[in-house]
Design a binder for this molecule. Structure first.
Ligand code: APR
Ligand code: PHB
Length: 391
């Protein structure tokens, strides 16, 4: 099998890249290890920055998002049983975010890919990227029990944190920057209308809590839990009671309860692999970097990477120049590190470390007080949350 761009992984990064390349008249083959149902049901965050919304619309993938997505003009911060709303358009000159689940973005992109007739192979597991530093890289993969080879001009490693493409970068070239956190998020999906019309990020002495949503009738809620927690350790009753404690306010706000349809634990990690390019292999999305979910930057970063890559490949096709491909890694990393900084700071602002001292607790509260009393500090949060311009 032969193509111009071999894309490993059909998460948002790989699927959107295939769509953008199709628009630029560049052919690609997408290899995805899992089956279609799995990819279309995986639960992930669902906050789209303004720039991500614009990219999806321009790629012709925004129709259902515009019908079903919920525009949010702010978030609420809660601490000390008080509530503070951060008004995005007022602070950023009109920017907002869209609540539209990542699974829905993937579903829309898969449907478009099949409609345009582009190859997308499910249950096709890449085994290795070979010859990344040559003019003719190859992806070895297994599909329907048979091993095959995809010969390409370029390989896009969009295979997430656990994929194989990053391993094709020699150890002497790779640099990894990493931090793990001594806690994770226990997340539930519940069939009940959200108890607030915007997302609520709560700092509490017992730990962080987040109220989010998937639709006007489905709530998504999270609790900070110790690292290594298994979802079965928490009964539904325990989860609701703890959410009530951490999200509780001094006024008459109440949490609506409903049937829990899913429960899982997400570990928290910050991770950056540099460089994001080796020869003709380009890493994009979670394959190159991970952020903790506080602030929901993961999907938006993946979109930024593939927009930059598609533009560089189109430039190469039109002009024969490698200039933008050569700049790919540095261009993406500037934005990646801004998101790493923001996601780390939001995590530190709102979570309670198991070994937090009384001094650190006071500093954390002082930081929150600062954000809620200084327009400059609040603007800094609003700008980062609604997104940095695409490179
Ligand atoms: N061969 C083929 N496909 C693979 C392989 C492999 N060896 N290994 C992994 N994959 C697939 C996974 O099954 C998955 O569908 O690659 C895809 C990677 O998708 P994501 O993990 O969604 O990563 P990405 O597209 O970069 O999207 C980033 O995902 O984790 C969230 O918060 C993150 O929202 C962000 C987004
Ligand atoms: C989610 O809805 O899953 C979500 C929202 C905001 C975050 C993280 C996750 O910061």
């Amino acid at each position: 099998m032969r193509t111009t761009v071999g894309i490993i992984g059909a998460g948002p990064a790989g699927l959107l890249l295939a769509r953008l390349l199709h628009g630029a008249g560049i052919d690609s083959v997408v290899l995805e290890a899992r089956d279609r149902a799995y990819v279309e049901h995986r639960q992930r965050a669902g906050i789209l920055e303004q720039g991500t919304v614009d990219v999806l619309r321009a790629a012709g993938a925004g129709a259902r998002m515009d019908r079903e997505g919920l525009r949010h003009d702010g978030i609420e911060l809660r601490f000390g049983r008080r509530r503070h709303r951060v008004d995005f358009p007022a602070l950023t000159g009109g920017r907002s975010v869209m609540v539209y689940a990542q699974t829905e973005v993937c579903r829309d992109l898969i449907a478009l890919r099949f409609a345009e007739g582009g190859p997308l192979l499910f249950e096709a597991e890449a085994l290795a990227v070979e010859g990344a530093d040559t003019a003719a890289p190859r992806v070895r993969f297994r599909h329907q029990g048979r091993e095959d080879v995809l010969e390409c001009d370029y390989v896009a490693g969009c295979d997430g944190f656990w994929g194989v493409s990053r391993a094709a970068v020699p150890a002497g070239v790779s640099r990894v920057f990493e931090r793990t956190y001594p806690f994770g998020w226990l997340g539930i999906l519940a069939d009940v209308p959200p108890s607030h019309d915007e997302l609520v990020y709560a700092r509490h002495d017992r730990g962080f809590a987040l109220l989010s949503m998937r639709s006007p009738s489905v709530s998504r809620l999270y609790l900070q839990v110790p690292e290594g927690t298994e979802p079965e350790e928490w009964s539904d009753e325990d989860v609701w009671r703890e959410l009530e404690r951490r999200l509780g306010t001094a006024d008459d706000w109440t949490l609506r309860r409903g049937p829990v349809t899913q429960k899982s634990v997400t570990p928290m990690r910050s991770y950056v692999h540099e460089p994001m390019r080796y020869g003709r292999l380009f890493l994009a999305g979670d394959a190159a970097h991970i952020v903790p979910p506080t602030g929901a930057k993961g999907l938006n970063l993946a979109v930024g990477d593939v927009v930059t890559l598609a533009r560089a490949l189109a430039h190469r096709k039109e002009t024969g120049s490698d200039e933008l491909l050569d700049a790919y890694s540095a261009t993406c990393l500037r934005r990646v590190w801004q998101a790493e900084r923001f996601s780390h700071d939001m995590t530190a602002l709102l979570h309670r470390a198991p070994d937090a001292t009384a001094f650190e607790d006071r500093l954390q509260l002082a930081r929150l007080e600062r954000i809620t009393s200084s327009r400059a500090a609040e603007t800094d949060l609003a700008e980062a949350y609604t997104g940095f311009p695409l490179g």
